[in-house]
Ligand binder design. Structure first.
Ligand code: UDX
Length: 433
């Protein structure tokens, strides 16, 4: 099939390359000329494992190209909209400007009977509004909402072998076209849920709200563990054995960040308020508050471990991205902790395998170093804030040898407390004594 993908960020670039891998003829469109040039020459504009290989493979077949001109989408049979829906600057709501812009641009070029598919995460009710907008613009293209559940760091696998496909449609022709697009994925036995626009939009919002709630639940237990001397990691292991609960997404630490979970729960709250159902998701305010408290807790622990003040103390911060296997520092708890320590006057030396460039754009005041060894040299405290494998595998003896004094905050609860204590470290995790 002939496919266009509008928006070539974390979601769109992977989706476009994956659609070409499925055998379709794909054009990826983005307004950022530099990004388009990079993608067209096989360079991924951000870190995503497997994307460079997928991009190279798809470009080599001649089935994938990139352009800044929306006119190049005109002959596509299916258009995917994968633009961002960031949080509005002065409220919790989602900024739909890019989605509306993409739909307006497509309404002008999409062929009659072609299908426009929304993939962006949007407040429930957006698809219906967009359909009306398309009709007013005189377009008779079809519309579907097909939310994306990919995780950064696993985006390629999540796109090519998703847990499920969800179609929000108002017309069987839309279902048929999506079935054709995803034929290979469906043949592999992937579950497919066909529903209306509102349910499809809500599935995505609900999934992210649930995941965020699960993380804040275990972080709330970490707070209780801290007050009682209990160990939240053992608690998570024990309750996780119950298949109804499950161990995944039960890791306590400095909480969730990134371009999705934080802004999605806030947008959900804002939308529920508009719908007169604020009380239904009022707990999400707590989920957000618990999450933000854990960053403060990590900073308080640093102050405590340095006997009351971090002022002019040398602190190594390991990790800047919101999670490992990503260069993304959007709403990153790790970067936030580094910035807060710096704000308290600490001499912070921060490092990350992939995130320094993005971190520097957000917090140019911080001191960045290329390696963990440089960050650790003469430090009085090390704070592990993003659980990259290379930090999890650090040898406590070697680390102690580099530092001025052996103190560690394991803000992701991924180190072995016994091993670090045996090497002479004062060890503190979050929610474990
Ligand atoms: C998330 C959803 O998982 C994905 O389905 C959706 O499409 C987009 O949002 P992503 O933001 O890439 O994906 O990252 P995810 O792996 O979900 O992690 C989110 C945050 O939660 C990270 O900051 C991570 O460190 C944190 N987290 C995750 C925890 O603090 N504890 C856990 O147990 C799991």
């Amino acid at each position: 099939m002939r496919i266009s993908v509008i928006g070539c960020g974390y979601l769109g670039a992977v989706h476009a390359s994956a659609m070409a891998k499925l055998g379709h003829d794909v054009v990826g469109i983005d307004t950022d000329a530099e990004k388009v040039a990079k993608l067209g020459s096989g360079v991924a504009p951000f870190f995503e494992p497997g994307l460079p290989e997928l991009l190279a493979e798809s470009l080599a077949t001649g089935r994938l190209r990139f352009s800044t001109d929306i006119g190049d989408a005109a002959d596509a049979q299916v258009h995917f909209v994968a633009v961002g829906t960031p949080q509005l600057p002065y409220s919790d709501g989602a900024d739909l400007r890019f989605v509306r812009g993409a739909f307006d641009a497509l309404a002008a070029v999409a062929a009659p009977g072609s299908l426009i598919v929304g993939k962006s995460t949007v407040p429930v009710g957006t698809a219906a509004e967009l359909e009306e907008r398309m009709r007013r613009a005189g377009s008779d293209a079809l519309l579907a909402w097909n939310p994306e559940f990919l995780r950064e760091g696993f985006a390629v696998a999540d796109t090519l072998t998703p847990d499920r496909l969800v179609y929000g449609v108002a017309d069987e022709r839309a279902t048929d076209l999506l079935d054709e697009v995803y034929a290979q994925i469906l043949d592999a036995g992937t579950p497919r849920i066909v529903t209306d626009f509102a349910t499809a939009e809500l599935v995505k919002t609900a999934a992210n709200a649930f995941l965020a709630t699960k993380i804040s639940f275990i972080n709330a237990m970490a707070e209780i563990a801290e007050a009682t001397g209990a160990d939240v990691t053992t608690l998570a292991d024990a309750i996780g054995h119950d298949a109804r609960i499950g161990r995944r997404f039960l890791n306590a630490g400095i909480g969730f960040g990134g371009g999705c979970l934080p802004k999605d729960i806030r947008a959900f709250t804002a939308r529920a308020e508009e719908l007169g159902r604020a009380e239904s998701v009022a707990f999400l305010r707590q989920v957000d508050a618990i999450n933000l408290r854990r960053r403060e807790r990590a900073v308080d622990l640093a102050v405590e471990m340095l006997d009351g003040s971090v002022f002019e103390r040398r602190i190594a911060v390991l990790g800047l991205t919101f999670k490992p296997q990503s260069d993304d520092t959007r709403d990153s708890p790790a970067l936030d902790v580094a910035a807060r320590l710096h704000g308290l006057g600490a001499r912070v030396l921060a490092t990350d395998p992939e995130g320094i460039e993005n971190a520097r754009l957000r917090h140019p005041q911080l001191e960045y170093v290329a390696t963990a060894s440089e960050a650790l040299a003469d430090a009085e405290l090390v704070v592990l804030v993003t659980e990259w494998p290379e930090y999890r595998e650090l040898e406590p003896d070697l680390v102690a040898g580099l530092m001025a004094s052996a103190r560690v905050i394991d803000a992701r609860n991924v180190l072995d407390p016994a091993a670090w204590r045996a090497a002479g470290f004062a060890y503190r995790g979050l929610g474990r004594s």
